[in-house]
Design a protein. Structure first.
Length: 100
């Protein structure tokens, strides 16, 4: 539940751009914290899966599909979000969301 309000803030900021209700600094800081929380949770899950040997008794294909592929989404997309937030903080605007 703690990621819903920040997600809404980031989504509204993306849609409204620099003319939005929140400054790029605020959106970048809140988004950075939110995306880090999501990525950190994924890292903890994968490490606990490995350290607790939850892979025992499962085939390599099962582990790769159900743990690797599904959790890679929760690692890759927050990484892209962190990049976008760092760009917002560095540039002081939301141009990172503009197309070429």
């Amino acid at each position: 539940l703690s990621t819903i309000p920040p997600s809404l803030l980031v989504n509204v900021a993306i849609v409204q751009g620099s003319n939005g209700v929140a400054s790029p600094l605020w959106v970048g800081c809140v988004g950075l914290a939110m995306y880090w929380q999501v990525m950190y949770g994924t890292i903890i899950y994968v490490l606990s899966f490995v350290f607790n040997r939850r892979y025992v008794g499962k085939s390599t294909l099962e582990v790769c599909l159900f743990v690797g592929v599904s959790n890679s989404l929760w690692f890759i997309f927050p990484t892209v979000g962190i990049y976008a937030c760092v760009c917002m903080l560095r540039d002081g605007n939301m141009d990172v969301f503009q197309g070429p």
